[in-house]
Design a protein around this ligand. Sequence first.
Ligand code: ADP
Ligand code: MG
Length: 673
Amino acid sequence: MDMNVNGSQITAMSGHTLPGSHQTLARKRKVDNTERSPLKDRKMNVNDTMVNGNKNLPQRSRLPQPSLKRMKLNTPVDNTDLPVAVKKFGSSNMTFSAASTISKIASTRPSIGVRSQYGAGLAKAIQGVGTRSRAVNCAATVTGAIGKKPRVAVTAPPSVETAAAGSKRRPAWDLKGQLSDMKVQLGNMRTRMSEYTSKLEVSEVHSKQLQENMHQRDKQLEIASSQIEELQGNLKAMELLLKNREVELEKCRAENSAMQGVLESKLKLRETELAQKVACIEEQQSTIASLHGVIADREERLYLTEQERRRLHNTVQELKGNIRVICRVRPVLDSEKEACSEIEHVQFSHDDDKVISLTKKEESHTGRDRKEEVKYDFSFDHVFQPMAKQRDVFEEISQLVQSALDGYNVCIFAYGQTGSGKTFTMEGPDDMTPENMGMIPRAVDQIFATAEKLKTMGWTYKFTASFLEIYNETLRDLLVTKPEKNVEYEIKRLNNKSEQLHVTNLKYVTVTAEDQVHNLIAIAKAKRSVAKTAANDRSSRSHSVFQLMIEGSNSNRDLQCTSTLSLVDLAGSERLDKSHSKGDRLREAQAINTSLSCLGHVIMSLSNKESHIPYRNSKLTYLLQNSLGGNSKTLMFVNVSPLEENFSESLNSLRFASKVNECVIGTAQLNRK
Ligand code: ADP
Ligand code: MG
């Protein structure tokens, strides 16, 4: 560190001794000596006290000498106290050439410094001197062995006595003085000895530290080399592994190329096979294409045949008349056999299944004793005798059911007195079996079966079923088990443009299989039978109407057809004894009469081609409007009881049926777009 004070430069070196401090001490001693020594006037030269009696040192400082009286004698300071000592030195008003002294020490004792910080400390101290003391007019540049390797070098503290002794010997007689000098020298030597000892201790500590450091480094080195060894071992292992992997890879490559060869040969084989198959497929495709042509041709022919069949079928139906009547006489039930074992009043023809006669012995006009047999002959489209099976009856109507699928509205109803077998004919008995199934389930089965067959010709069908009851001119849904109160069922057109009728709030069920319809029939039957016990056989005084809406479409030919198949179990046609009927019973009777006579009127009006057909006069005729008339096919079952007691009712039924049978309603039209 360089320091400039008043332009002069001092190069000071850190060292164990500070001349200043020794000077101070020496001066103090000198003071003491001057008091005792005869050399009282001798002026102490600070430079003279400098170490080892360097001959080059100037003999005397030209700087003003510090006042010895004001100097305090301190014990010799070690290096650590140097700044303090110098500060103290500086704080005094001594005027002496400290800077030059330090400079000389630095130049002559470059090896004195032990540690660099001593140099720094010294420089700092000198700075303190420079700044604090104006008297010390010196400039010091402190450089030196800062940072140099410390060396234990001790500079002997300056001694005034030694210097004095060196410069001037005591006379031989001055034994006291000599003794005192020697004492001083001894003291100095002791001081130096203790300094040496402390320095040595410091050095030893430092040396120990160095040794420890060395030891630690050695240990670290050992660890590092063992790590290196380990890593080298790992490296070797890795290299070995790598070699193994390379060998394996080579193996895999070889296997792979072998496999590739095999696969390529297989692939080639497959390709040739494939080419053969493709050729085969192409051949088959051309065959299929030609077959498709044949099929299309056949389909076209089939379609034309089907059209022809429908046309002829319709012609046959027309020839049969659009209202056909089938008469069925039920057998005598086991429960009735006691009263009536033989049916005598009903006669059938042996060779004609279209005629039926009722005979009755009536009193002759000529005499009381003679009874004349009165015979009433009727002819219908078919007459079924009591032994006729359900299957036989259905055969007669199955063509009509087919018409429903072809797009015609079809209405089949059963007319007859209560107990004549209407419900048995239309639905079947309560304990239904495939053999005794009625017309409704049979019709449904046939429709689903035929629809399935027609699929191959491109026809798809949607079926929607409903089942209702008309009682006292009010409608009731037979498919709703728990009806909500105050629900109004109204017969309405589907929309302004449509001719199709529907009933508001009625349950329309889309059905996809016959079983579903069988279930619906069972539900309706159960509902009607509940009413039967609850309201004095209400079922006999109500009409039940099962309707199946059929929507067919042929995507191949862009054809659509809609139709409704209605199967109606009419209320009992028996005439009630009006004279005994009162209140509800009378109203009921009137309602039945109204609806049945309305049905008769509608049929008559259609037959007579009247301009106004009174459909709206009853709920039944209004509901069946589209199924009675113009574009519909109607079939009436007239059910007859075999019991003689029912003779007059049977006669009435047959008369009514006969009238209907005479009707020719016109040509039915196909509902096709
Ligand atoms: P309706 O519905 O006209 O009042 P039903 O169909 O209830 O008459 O028939 C009355 C009774 O006669 C029922 O017990 C029924 O099972 C039975 N019956 C009706 N027709 C036949 C038939 N063709 N064969 C056997 N039993 C029949
Ligand atoms: Mg019935």
